[in-house]
Every structure is written in C-alpha cells, then in structure tokens.
Ligand binder design. Structure first.
Ligand SMILES: [Fe+2]
Ligand SMILES: [Fe+2]
Length: 216
C-alpha cells in the first residue's frame, strides 16, 4: 500500500487547521465518550464557590491540553524519524479527547476556556518544534518530563476538586491514567531522562500557566 508523503506546505496547512480546531470550541471529534460516573450527577448541589473552584481547575486542565496539542504538533513537524513523527501524531489524537472532555465540563459548569490559550499554543508549539530540532531523543524526553508534571498536577487537582463533583473527578481520573501511559511510551521509544534541574525550570513555566488559567 502506498503511503502519502506530505511536503512542507501540506504540513503547514495541516498544522494551521489543527491549531484552529484546538482553539475553537466544539470543533473536535471525540474518539472516546466522556468518562462515566457511577454516582447520580449532583452538579446542581455544588455551591457557587465549589462550582467556581471546579471550573478554575478544569480550565487549567483544558489549557494544559491546548499546550499538549501544540507541543506534539511542533514536535511532529520537526521529528527526524517517521516513526517518532507518527508517535507524536497519535499522542496528539489521544489528547483531543481530553481537550473535548474538559471543554464540555467547563460548559456544564457555566464557565469558559482560558482567554490565554492562543498564547499557550504559540509558546508550546515553539518549544516542541525546538526540541524536535535538537534530536528525537530530547523531543521524546521532553514529552516524558512534561507528562510527569501533568500527572503531578492532576493528582493535586484530585485532592482539590470538591468531593461531590463526580463528573470532573471522573475526567481527571481517566486523564491521569492516559498521561502516565504517554510518559512511559515516550521513554520506551527512546526518550532521554531529563535531569532534575531542567524539570525544575519546566515546573516554573507550568506554574505561570496554571496560576493565570485558573483565573482567566
Ligand atoms: Fe492529555
Ligand atoms: Fe498526554
């Protein structure tokens, strides 16, 4: 079977399409349904303060997924080996569900996605493309280190989300499982293990993103 080869122009158009769909609400097709909850939905019982707090945390998670899309797209653009490129594109596809689940939950909580998402997309895309230009090993290592940090964030969010916000908790539970899998597969594919100093710098950057996205 012949495989289609994309030139730089095709890739740029595809990248622009993906960026627009990431940043425009209701434009992503789900491959998996929103994680179900066993308890009856009691979102109505959440106090205004709890609802606001849940929305802030889910907005941070949504912004994180925007960053993941951009990072993987940037990396796919500059990855050297075709299998690494494919791995990045597959991971980006899996992240689309997370993006859509968080967006849907934000709507249910009568809230909105972060107005800063285009900024996060641009920054993350550049970082991903830069990492891919250095080497596939660094690029994959960056995925592993990023996903580790995302897992740490999600674990913190599970402690902070109102206990009765079953729907948000079910989404975060499933995301945690998926992100841990992404971190493992990036290392298995040959990713470098990043030193603690680089991880500490990355965590400063992600703190800026989480602090601002919680509010706006
Ligand atoms: Fe994700
Ligand atoms: Fe992920």
């Amino acid at each position: 079977m012949s495989q289609r080869h994309y030139n730089l122009f095709d890739k740029l158009i595809n990248g622009a399409d993906r960026a627009l769909r990431t940043l425009t609400p209701d434009t992503q097709a789900l491959t998996r349904e929103v994680p179900q909850v066993s308890q009856p939905d009691n979102s109505e019982a959440l106090s205004d303060q709890e609802r606001k707090h849940s929305a802030g945390l889910m907005r941070v998670n949504h912004a994180g997924e925007v960053c993941a899309q951009a990072l993987y797209q940037g990396q796919a653009l500059t990855a050297k080996l075709p299998e690494v490129r494919q791995e990045m594109e597959l991971a980006a596809d899996e992240e689309i569900d997370h993006l859509a689940w968080c967006e849907q939950r934000l709507n249910e909580l009568d809230s909105h996605t972060s107005v800063l998402n285009p900024l996060w997309y641009g920054l993350s895309f550049s970082i991903g493309a830069g990492a891919g230009l250095i080497s596939d090993k660094v690029s994959l290592g960056f995925v592993a280190a990023t996903e580790d940090q995302v897992c740490a964030h999600l674990e913190k969010h599970l402690q902070q989300l109102p206990t009765s916000d079953y729907k948000s908790r079910a989404i975060v539970d499933q995301m945690l499982i998926d992100e841990a899998k992404h971190a493992h597969s990036a290392l298995d594919a040959g990713g470098a293990r990043f030193p603690a100093a680089i991880k500490a710098t990355m965590s400063l950057v992600s703190k800026a993103m989480t602090k601002t996205s919680y509010r706006v």
